[in-house]
Design a protein around this ligand. Sequence first.
Ligand SMILES: Cc1cc2nc3c(=O)[nH]c(=O)nc-3n(C[C@H](O)[C@H](O)[C@H](O)COP(=O)(O)OP(=O)(O)OC[C@H]3O[C@@H](n4cnc5c(N)ncnc54)[C@H](O)[C@@H]3O)c2cc1C
Length: 311
Amino acid sequence: MSHKIINKITACVPSVKLFENAVLSEYTSFKTGGPADVLARPTTIDEVQALVKLAKSEKIPYYILGNGTNMLVSDEGFRGLIIALKDLNGDIIFSETGEGDTVAVSAYAGCTLARLASEAASKGYAGLEFAAGIPGSVGGAVVMNAGAYGGEIKDILEFADVLDENGEIIRLDNKDLDFSYRHSIIQEKNYIVLSVSFILKPGDEKTIKAEIKELNERRREKQPLEYPSAGSTFKRPEGLFAGKLIEDSGLKGFSVGDAQVSEKHCGFVINKGKATSSDIYELISQVIEKVYDKTSVVLEPEIKLLGFDED
Ligand SMILES: Cc1cc2nc3c(=O)[nH]c(=O)nc-3n(C[C@H](O)[C@H](O)[C@H](O)COP(=O)(O)OP(=O)(O)OC[C@H]3O[C@@H](n4cnc5c(N)ncnc54)[C@H](O)[C@@H]3O)c2cc1C
């Protein structure tokens, strides 16, 4: 399977970097997940477009990976082509909007939020402070409408350029993206985010950097950042907190193999060292069941599953 895919890609998109039987645990923040037949790391939008066009025409199953910080990939991995966007990560462009003193900041999908927030802060532009500690990519953050400390991607996004279902590049404005809590329309349409423009405001560099530092310290204090995880494993049920429901259900420290409900923050499932994706999956299933038995609340995973039956 992998040779066939590699031969086809090399014929059509010779410039793209390819990896055969790529170990996906190296691409996920849980540090679990089996091999992908082929993993491509495009560096340009043209390469992404050509890869998707080829995969569609040759009926090669494909999946887009950002920074892998909200993913659980099965131990069996993925039969087909993973298109990992972390190298689609060129210059960040700042330009005046002509509207008041705001500035438009444009970044490629593979750029990390940390890099984007740091460059904006160094130029004295405010608005991305909330995002600096979220370990995802710009593309993944738009897909998930990532947010923290009172801010969300939807508050600052101007537009996103995406590949649509026909492989054409289209521009979606903020309102077209149908943002809500940890949701955007990209999740239903299977569009691919290529680049994003955000609107920021001028601020004081020192104040912005101090705010980022403070939020990152709060994270380190409250979250088990010393272990691999995918952040908050479950969505926040309306008006409630997943972590509190899990703790109140007596599940603090509950484990399956090396997968554990963090003792520091019960909303996080962590990999204590040698957890497999099956351990994590089983733990998540048991947590959902036990929390339901105790509280009648149905927890819903926030993380995306790849390679499991329920995909
Ligand atoms: C320690 C830790 C802390 C975290 N804290 C937060 C937090 O405070 N707030 C928060 O919201 N999240 C948080 N997260 C979760 C995660 O960082 C976010 O959901 C982030 O937006 C995911 O981005 P990613 O690039 O890693 O996406 P991935 O995990 O690679 O992908 C997530 C989904 O998006 C899709 N996808 C990724 N990129 C693209 C693209 N360019 N086009 C189309 N589809 C794409 C994938 O197919 C997948 O379905 C945390 C995670 C960790 C590990």
